[in-house]
Design a protein around this ligand. Sequence first.
Ligand code: PMV
Length: 324
Amino acid sequence: MKERKQLIAEAHAPGKVILMGEHAVVYAQPALAIPVFSVWAQVRAWALDRPGEGIWLEAPQIGLATTFWEHLAPQNPLRVAVQLVLEHYGSPKHNLLLEITSTIPVAAGLGSSAAVTVAVLRALSRALGGSPTLEILNAWAYEVEKLHHGTPSGVDNTTVTYARPVYFRRGHPPQPLQVGGTLHLLIANTGIPASTREMVARVRAGWEQYRDRFEGWFQEIGQLVEAAREALAHGDARTLGAAMNRNHELLRAMGVSHPRLEDLVRTARDAGAWGAKLSGGGGGGNMIALVPPEALATVQEQLRRAGARQLWVTRLAASGEERR
Ligand code: PMV
């Protein structure tokens, strides 16, 4: 489409990573998650120089050529996101194009779908002169996340919307996570795409068959999350690392690890990490390691040698994750 006229709004949303508590969070246990500002989704809203009053979408990275929003399938997450905003703020006075780009790898547990959704909701709201509260934005993003994941806990959209470290419990308002001291986290991508929906279904099948065993694991994860929250508040990296390690063992017992994740977790620990675990749905995707600053270079190098496809370093500081 060549007749781009004027940029009227722009919005960004960061990626996210789950520090502790994935899967158990679906069963009402708490989880800790942090935004990752080194990757982001961006949406630009352009007023178009053509007669009409509709919304067009363009997302070259996911193969979406310029498309009128109502030509998307009824359950398409982008279409539903647009619809939620239009219901609230009414139709535009002119044609609008939403240009969507993202640096967040998809199907890697970094919250790519939630970030794209939040950036679309924000940019379109702004283009229509609205400014939804974080609470409303988060509720809309949750509606859209359901289309991606079936039964999401809401931790992804919450972390991405609020863009700060959160203590999250399904059905409760998110609480800011206190961080005492500076902690360095390394995120490593196995490069193996994994479906969160399938992993959540796998855990559900396990829970249905071995209910007592799984509930015991969920509860233990909940206790580890509480211990980790406490440790984080005091900047106690060793205790946090130990909690992460135990959390990983429980996730593996639930059947959501992968041989490549096991390799990377072991490599990070052997190279000096205080703790390492898979992050997100599992079955591939990412692992996260808590690393002493002096071991960062070594752990990165060893992870690269062990086959990590992408690596990100994130700093958790008293003021939240450092914006990079
Ligand atoms: O794979 P991710 O990072 O989108 O994380 C999913 C987290 C789960 O706990 C497995 C599912 C959920 O909805 O919370």
